[in-house]
Design a protein around this ligand. Structure first.
Ligand SMILES: NC(=O)c1ccc[n+]([C@@H]2O[C@H](COP(=O)([O-])OP(=O)(O)OC[C@H]3O[C@@H](n4cnc5c(N)ncnc54)[C@H](O)[C@@H]3O)[C@@H](O)[C@H]2O)c1
Length: 377
């Protein structure tokens, strides 16, 4: 596990996923065997790795990725996982694939489509199993939205509106709640590269493949303060306003911003409008309104709003227990490694996310809409 000292690597992948799988007694493979993950923590800072290992009673850590990948016998690892800052990722993934390891990685898999596709091709050629984190698909809110789609609730789906974002502090008078590399293009930062990989798989899996993109980016906050309190120029986009067309004609419009204040119930919300009904899904909640229960507002600016529109939606019930999304996907990937079988959230799927981000940035730079060609290995 490379990058476990980071936000995602530590909280979501180590603690909430692999340690949670150990706490439940391992992963039941369903054939009488139980898979027991034994993490080897990898990173650049020995002190930080040792502290995490001691805190969680883990035996293995190293600052030497090559040595970990080259280990044989008892010490050999089966899977390489990457949650490093994006710029460091492709090189490490290449090394792991060359060493014959199965690979599982955070998104974006690379900073450009050429690199992302090359990684997918290398993994296929090496015959290793590969997966890319697509955690949003496993969120309760989106699982409930998927249930509505699968149950035919919407009829024809017309449009999807996504609103993602929150205020990320500049770092001077209050600490920034995201790492500073996110705001430097040269270090792999930028909200388009960060969020479009998510929007690609969310739209693709729920509504249809993205066939064109038009995006407008901005760097609304041009100066920020880093982890050491030093000011730096923000060179990456901190907001992107985008319009996507999907294969079936549905229109999707998603705003993503680290320079917006939240007047929503959740940090991301998607409103889906269909002929027969509409729904608003967030990370955890999903609310729906059927056409039979749709109010009939009449435009009259001379009168105060006569209805409490928010109260007219119905909560979609959980009807089950939802796991942490990262853990749910780790379990599917580990099962895939152990048992084989199809697994579609792979490096080619990851490359589609990078492709959409790259085309979104190109669209913003040129001021025009771009088609999104279908990728193949
Ligand atoms: N799936 C999601 O929802 C989600 C959310 C946030 C971030 N991410 C992705 O996870 C990755 C990590 O993001 P984060 O917010 O945890 O960042 P972070 O800065 O908190 O952690 C990055 C990790 O990489 C290491 N690192 C940083 N620069 C490095 C370099 N040049 N070489 C080697 N290692 C380096 C750090 O030591 C740390 O362990 C990013 O690729 C990001 O796109 C995914």
């Amino acid at each position: 596990m490379n990058g476990v000292t980071g936000r995602m690597g530590y909280h979501q992948h180590l603690v909430r996923s692999l340690l949670a799988i150990r706490a439940q007694g391992g992963l039941d493979l369903g054939d009488g065997r139980v898979l027991w993950p034994e993490p080897v923590l990898v990173g650049r800072r020995a002190d930080a790795l040792r502290a995490i290992a001691e805190r969680h009673g883990l035996a293995h850590w190293s600052t030497d990725l090559n040595a970990v990948l080259a280990a044989r016998g008892e010490d050999a690892v089966d899977v390489y996982f990457d949650a490093q800052a994006t710029a460091a990722r492709p090189d490490s993934l290449r090394r792991a694939i060359a060493a014959g390891k199965h690979v599982y990685t955070e998104k974006p898999t690379a900073r450009g489509l050429a690199d992302a596709l090359e990684l997918a091709r290398l993994a296929e050629a090496a015959g290793v199993r590969h997966g890319v984190v697509q955690d949003k698909l496993f969120l309760p809110g989106l699982l409930k939205l998927k249930r509505l789609i699968d149950g035919g609730f919407f009829g024809e789906i017309l449009s999807v509106r996504g609103e993602f974002g929150y205020w990320v502090f500049e770092g001077d008078w209050q600490d920034a709640q995201r790492p500073s590399w996110n705001y430097r293009a040269e270090d792999g930062g930028g909200i388009t590269m960060d969020m479009f990989p998510h929007w690609e798989y969310v739209l693709h899996e729920l509504f249809g493949r993205v066939t064109s993109v038009f995006a407008h980016t901005a760097t609304h906050v041009p100066r920020r303060w880093d982890e050491r309190g030093k000011p730096y120029p923000a060179t990456a986009d901190d907001a992107v306003y985008a319009l996507f067309r999907l294969a079936n004609g549905t229109v999707a419009q998603i705003n993503s911003s680290w320079a917006v204040r939240v007047m929503r119930d959740e940090l991301v919300e998607f409103q889906v409008d269909g002929v027969h009904g509409s729904a608003v899904a967030g990370l955890r909640r999903c609310r729906a309104q059927h056409r039979s229960a749709t109010p009939r507002p009449v435009w009259n600016p001379d009168l105060p709003a006569a209805e409490a529109f928010r109260d007219q939606w119905q909560e979609v019930p959980d009807n089950g227990d939802f796991e942490n999304g990262f853990k749910a996907q780790w379990e599917l990937f580990l099962r895939h490694v152990a048992l084989g079988g199809p697994y579609r959230w792979d490096l080619l799927a990851g490359a589609r996310g990078v492709q959409l981000a790259e085309l979104g940035l190109r669209s913003a730079a040129r001021g025009r809409r771009f088609d999104v060609p279908e990728l193949a290995l």
